[in-house]
Design a protein. Structure first.
Length: 364
C-alpha cells in the first residue's frame, strides 16, 4: 500500500470515524480503523460490534493495499505533522505503516485486515428517505431524555416509529418523555417501530449535515443510514418499547405561555444555589408571572420572577431544574407553552411545532 493524502482531508475523516472506537475494549482490533486503498480512494471503517461507520476520500494511490491502525494514535500523529501533505506506505510483508510528512518520518504498527470484523450486510426490508436536517433536528429534540440505566436496555435507545405517513421519534427515562414528529412519505406496508441505541443517535447528530437527504434502510435486526458518502450501520435494540402514549396527559386544566430564553436563563440562575442533583426548582404560578424559588440548607436560597401569559388558578409545582431546561436548549421558537393541572400531575411543554415534552413533578 502506498498513497498520498492532504493532511486536513485525512484529519477530518479520522475525526469522524474514531468516535465509534471504544475507549476500552478486550479486542485490540476494535481500537483500530480499517484502511483500504484502491481506485484512487481511501476507505475508512470503524466498529464496536454494535455500531459501524464507513466513509471514503479521494487520494493519490500508487499501490493498492489495506491494513488497520490504532485510530486515536493515528489521528494524534497526523494532527501534529509538519506538512500539509502526508504519505502512507506499507510493505506486504508486515503491518507497519510508514508515515512521512515534511521532515518527519515514523512507523506505526497495525493489525491485519483479516482480523477486522466484517461489516454486516443485510437484506433491506424497509426503505425511507428524509432530509438530513430534519432527522438531525428530531434527534436533537429528543435524545437527551433517553435513560442511562442499563437495567432497562429498551430505554437506552430512541424509538423511531414510521406510521401514518410520519416519523415519530421518542425518548424517555421514566421521569420525562420527549417526542417529535415529521410528515414523510411512507409506502403501504412499510410501517414499523424500531429502537436504535443512543450511541447511534449521537453519531448521527454529529455527522448529519444541513443539506441533502438521508436514506434509511432496515432489516429485522439492523438499521443503516446512508448520506454524504457515509454509511452508518447499527444493531437494533430488542424488545417492545413502552406504550408512551399512556404517559402523555390527554387534557390539562391550565396553560401558560412564556419566553423560552427568559425561562431557561432564570432557571439556570436560581439553580446555581443548588448542590444536589435531586433538588428541585419551585414554580409559584400566578396571574401573568412565575416566581422561581430554590433552596439549599447548606448554601442558601434564590428567587426570580419572570413574566408569563396566564390567567388561570394559582398553582405551586416543582420540577427537576435540569429536566425543565433540557428541551428549551433544543427548541427554536421564542415562545413555549407549559400545560398542567395541579402540583401532583405531569407537566407538558409544547412549542409551535409537532413536539411535546412530559415532565413529572417533584414533591415540594
Amino acid at each position: 500500500m502506498k498513497l498520498s493524502v492532504e493532511k486536513d482531508q485525512l484529519l477530518e475523516v479520522l475525526q469522524k470515524v474514531q468516535s465509534i472506537v471504544a475507549l476500552r475494549t478486550t479486542l485490540p482490533i476494535l481500537s483500530n480503523v480499517l484502511l483500504e486503498a484502491s481506485n484512487g480512494e481511501l476507505k475508512f471503517t470503524t466498529t464496536d460490534m454494535e455500531v459501524s461507520l464507513q466513509t471514503s476520500i479521494k487520494v493519490d494511490v500508487d499501490e493498492e493495499g489495506s491494513t488497520t491502525l490504532p485510530a486515536r494514535r493515528f489521528f494524534s500523529i497526523c494532527r501534529d505533522l509538519p506538512s500539509h501533505q502526508i504519505e502512507l506506505s506499507k510493505d506486504s510483508d508486515n503491518e507497519e505503516v510508514v508515515i512521512k510528512s515534511g521532515s518527519f518520518e515514523g512507523k506505526l504498527g497495525g493489525l491485519p485486515k483479516d482480523d477486522f470484523p466484517e461489516i454486516p450486510e443485510f437484506k433491506k426490508e424497509y426503505n425511507y428517505s428524509i432530509s438530513q436536517s430534519i432527522l438531525k433536528s428530531l434527534f436533537q429534540k429528543t435524545s437527551y431524555a433517553a435513560s442511562n440505566d442499563e437495567s432497562r436496555p429498551i430505554l437506552n435507545g430512541s424509538l423511531m416509529s414510521f406510521k401514518e405517513k410520519k416519523i415519530t421519534v421518542v425518548c424517555t427515562d421514566g421521569r420525562r418523555l420527549a417526542l417529535a414528529e415529521q410528515d414523510i412519505e411512507i409506502e403501504e406496508g412499510n410501517e414499523i417501530d424500531v429502537v436504535i441505541p443512543i450511541k447511534t443517535v449521537s453519531e448521527l447528530i454529529k455527522s448529519l449535515g444541513s443539506d441533502g437527504d438521508i436514506i434509511i434502510k432496515m432489516s429485522s435486526s439492523q438499521i443503516a443510514f446512508e448520506f454524504d458518502n457515509i454509511l452508518i450501520i447499527s444493531k437494533l435494540i430488542d424488545g417492545i418499547y413502552p406504550n408512551y402514549e399512556q404517559v402523555i396527559p390527554k387534557q390539562c386544566e391550565e396553560r401558560l405561555a412564556v419566553d423560552r430564553e427568559i425561562l431557561q436563563n432564570a432557571v439556570r440562575r436560581v439553580s446555581l444555589i443548588l448542590n444536589d442533583q435531586a433538588a428541585s426548582v419551585r414554580l409559584e404560578i400566578k396571574e401573568n408571572k412565575i416566581d422561581l424559588i430554590t433552596s439549599s440548607p447548606e448554601v442558601g436560597n434564590a428567587t426570580e420572577s419572570i413574566p408569563i401569559k396566564y390567567s388561570g388558578k394559582d398553582v405551586d409545582i416543582a420540577f427537576n431544574p435540569g429536566y425543565l431546561t433540557a428541551p428549551l436548549k433544543h427548541l427554536d421558537s421564542d415562545e413555549i407553552y407549559i400545560e398542567f393541572s395541579d402540583e401532583n400531575s405531569p407537566g407538558l411543554i409544547k412549542s409551535n411545532i409537532p413536539f411535546l415534552y412530559v415532565i413529572m413533578p417533584m414533591r415540594i
